[in-house]
Design a protein around this ligand. Structure first.
Ligand code: ADP
Ligand code: MG
Length: 699
């Protein structure tokens, strides 16, 4: 049944076909509902006026009431600006325009009362507002008063007079239309314990708040609802899968595991590794398919855990596969694991994009016959031609790069019973993101590093101290250490003014003529890359000049210095991941972040965070706060995070937790939402599946 809110937006008074087309194209608003759920990004209290004499540049958006005493046009022709002296009885300030100078000069009148609105700043010791919004004192705005909602628009919309004010007006028209026609979307048993306001009230208050308290209640209700339904969806999928999918029972821990534990394990497992292996073993014996997320900081020993879990699979007659995000890492896993399981007689193969057809064919055959126990590789593993004889375990070592859909493809490798799945993240991910991106998985956390690790001494240097940095590097290499130098770009084709890798390589040869230098980057052939890595690993070269291809997993314990060039260009989790390449041996390790002097505030915060802490979990939280969830790697593929209308995973962690708990309670009592009281929930859940998320791949 088409609901009232599904009407096309062109039928709303004040819209019409032309504006409708614009709204759809620019803001994806095509129905009444879309507009109703197009929420403001901020509110300004328009009942409050500041005195001009008391305004200072530290204030956020303000409004002042006053008159223009004089105009002055300054600057040369195409760099003109308009300066107006604006005053009240307490003092005066400047209003400045760089654009539309002529128009503004002609339309504003001297000595008439205006309300100027904007963010104050200081220029030449005088307080000003640049590009203020100017409002006639008699305008309607100040009669309706209170909190005014501001909406994001686009340049094109503004040009066609669909600015925030116009949207406000459309919202006003819409509010009149929908009066009495908004149906509640949350049942009483959800609303009452949390004292949530009814949907109709929330929607009204969010666009036209009467006061801050009512606005807060409205926002809470809407954020909660958004997060709640996502959690209900994720958790009901988890329930369904748990019910539907039997899992292979790995009943015993046998020869491989025990032999490895006794003979091959070069060190004691950390307490956290033991705890996590225990959690996983419990899943493997439960008769249900395991879907577990393994989180641990860089260097916490996730690979070893993965290997030991694979050994359990072999002990029970099953094959396993380990999938890595890059070829370098796949090769490294292959080498490491080969070395670690020496003497156990386990057959392992490596399959990547560059595996030759002939070799590939052999691998396929051996897999199908069950002669291979472990297949290590990249995305190539999910190609359809790869068929296992008895795939019992899939391990994904990922860097937020495999989406939900790709995970699902792996599960389908077995007809009938799906393999157990263990997903490992390269660096910790923020809790709120884990609950959404990986919310359908159970979570194990390695919250402890192997003993003897010293925190990496991290410092930030500007260009002007480059010489000192080189001296430091020289001292380190002379005392037997090895050094990574990481560059963000590899060729001059990029417009950005960054030192590229080849220049860096030549420079290093000039600065350190006595040392041998390796270079790896993404455009090299895997074999070349591997050969260079090997030289560095064996200590034949002392300096490794590289792009971020060495970011994940590469393990050279003697390398104790990581120099990151143009570090302001890197994301926080990437920096942390890079830093994790050092600090693996007994020596004190260092991470040096080089940057230009002029960097953005956000870059500065990133670098400060790196200097302040080594804790990946803390860094992940800061990263989320700085970037917002939409930008984080992996959120695109999942389709999550970007679709949030009002909630914000960086800020609304507490609401998310409440929503998840509530969803959990409801599903535990009624997994299929069959009870009468849950009808409404089921209805909206089903609706959601068909529209917002492409969850179908997993269910
Ligand atoms: P990550 O969790 O980043 O994947 P790795 O699995 O690569 O970490 O482990 C990092 C290093 O720590 C490896 O050299 C590994 O052999 C070593 N390691 C793992 N577990 C332990 C342990 N319990 N004690 C000492 N060293 C360990
Ligand atoms: Mg790893």
């Amino acid at each position: 049944m088409p609901e009232f809110l599904d009407q096309e937006i062109k039928f709303l008074p004040g819209v019409g076909p032309k504006r409708a087309e614009l709204l759809t194209k620019e803001l994806r608003i095509s129905t009444f509902r879309d507009l109703l759920y197009y929420f403001p990004y901020k509110y300004i209290d328009r009942t409050k006026f500041h005195r001009i004499g008391e305004v200072n540049a530290n204030q956020a958006y303000i409004q002042v009431k006053g008159k223009i005493r004089s105009f002055e046009v300054l600057g040369v022709r195409n760099k003109q600006r308009l300066n107006a002296v604006f005053y009240d009885e307490t003092g005066s300030m400047d209003l400045v325009w760089f654009k539309g100078v002529k128009y503004i000069r002609e339309n504003l009148k001297l000595e008439k009362t205006y309300v100027a609105f904007g963010k104050p700043s200081v220029f030449s010791g005088r307080v000003n507002i640049i590009h203020p919004e100017m409002e006639n004192e008699e305008s309607e705005q100040f009669k309706t008063g209170v909190l005014q909602a501001f909406y994001n628009t686009t340049e094109l919309l503004k040009k066609r007079f669909l600015n925030t004010r116009a949207i406000n007006k459309l919202q006003y028209n819409l509010a009149k239309e929908v009066e009495g026609k908004i149906y509640e979307t949350l049942p009483a048993q959800v609303r009452e314990p949390l004292k949530l306001v009814p949907l109709s009230i929330a929607l009204k208050q969010v666009h036209f708040p009467e006061n801050t308290r009512l606005l807060q209640n409205a926002t809470f209700r809407l954020k909660f609802e958004e997060l709640f339904y996502i959690q209900l969806k994720i958790l009901s999928l988890k329930h369904k899968r748990y019910d539907a999918f039997k899992g292979f029972v790995f009943a015993q821990v046998g020869y491989n595991f025990n032999k490895f534990y006794e003979n091959n394990l070069p060190f004691e497992l950390t307490g956290a590794q033991k705890k996590v292996i225990k959690e996983i073993r419990k899943d493997l014996g439960s008769g249900k398919q395991m879907n577990r997320l393994l989180q641990g900081d860089v260097g916490s020993g996730k690979t070893l855990v993965a290997l030991m879990v694979a050994l359990i699979a072999f002990d029970n007659g099953y094959q396993a596969s380990l999938m890595a995000p890059t070829e370098i890492l796949a090769i490294q896993h292959y080498n490491t694991i080969q070395r670690m399981v020496q003497g156990l007689g386990i057959n392992i193969a490596l399959l990547t994009g560059s595996t030759k057809a002939k070799e590939r064919k052999v691998i396929h055959e051996q897999l199908e016959k069950g002669e291979l126990q472990l297949l290590i590789g990249t995305h190539a593993l999910i190609e359809d031609t790869v068929n296992f004889n008895k795939l019992g375990l899939v391990i994904i070592d990922e860097q937020h790069r495999f989406g939900v859909a790709q995970r699902a493809r792996l599960w389908k490798k077995n007809r009938g019973i799906p393999p157990h799945v263990l997903v490992m993240t390269a660096t910790p991910i923020p809790r709120t993101l884990a609950m959404t991106l990986y919310g359908d998985l159970d979570v194990s956390i390695i919250d402890e590093l192997p003993p003897g690790r010293k925190p990496i001494d991290t410092r930030h240097f500007y260009e002007n101290r480059r010489k000192e940095v080189y001296q430091f590097v020289r001292k380190q290499v002379d005392s037997g250490r090895q050094v990574y130098m990481v560059y963000p770009l590899i060729s001059e084709s990029e417009k950005l003014d960054l030192k590229n890798l080849e220049d860096g390589y030549e420079l290093m040869q000039e600065v350190f003529p006595r040392y041998k230098i390796s270079m790896v980057h993404g455009r090299m052939k895997p074999a070349e890359k591997d050969a260079e890595m090997q030289l560095f690993k064996e200590g034949i070269t002392q300096i490794m000049v590289a792009t971020t291809v060495i970011e994940v997993g590469v393990d050279v314990p003697n390398a104790s210095v990581m120099v990151i060039e143009s570090s302001e260009r890197f994301g926080l989790s990437q920096l942390h991941q890079l830093r994790g390449r050092v600090g693996r041996g007994a020596e004190q390790s260092f991470c040096i972040l080089m940057s230009l002097y002029k960097i953005s505030n956000e870059s500065r915060k990133r670098l400060e965070t790196m200097v302040r802490t080594n804790d990946g979990f803390e860094i992940a939280e800061v990263d989320l706060k700085l970037r917002g969830p939409g930008d984080l790697e992996g959120t695109q593929q999942s389709g999550l995070g970007l679709n949030l209308n009002i909630a914000n995973l960086a800020k609304d962690g507490e609401i998310l937790r409440i929503a998840r708990d509530m969803a959990n309670d409801i599903l535990n009592a009624d997994p299929r939402l069959e009870k009468d009281e849950n009808k409404l929930l089921l209805y909206h859940l089903t609706k959601m599946t068909n529209t917002e998320f492409n969850w179908s791949v997993i269910s």
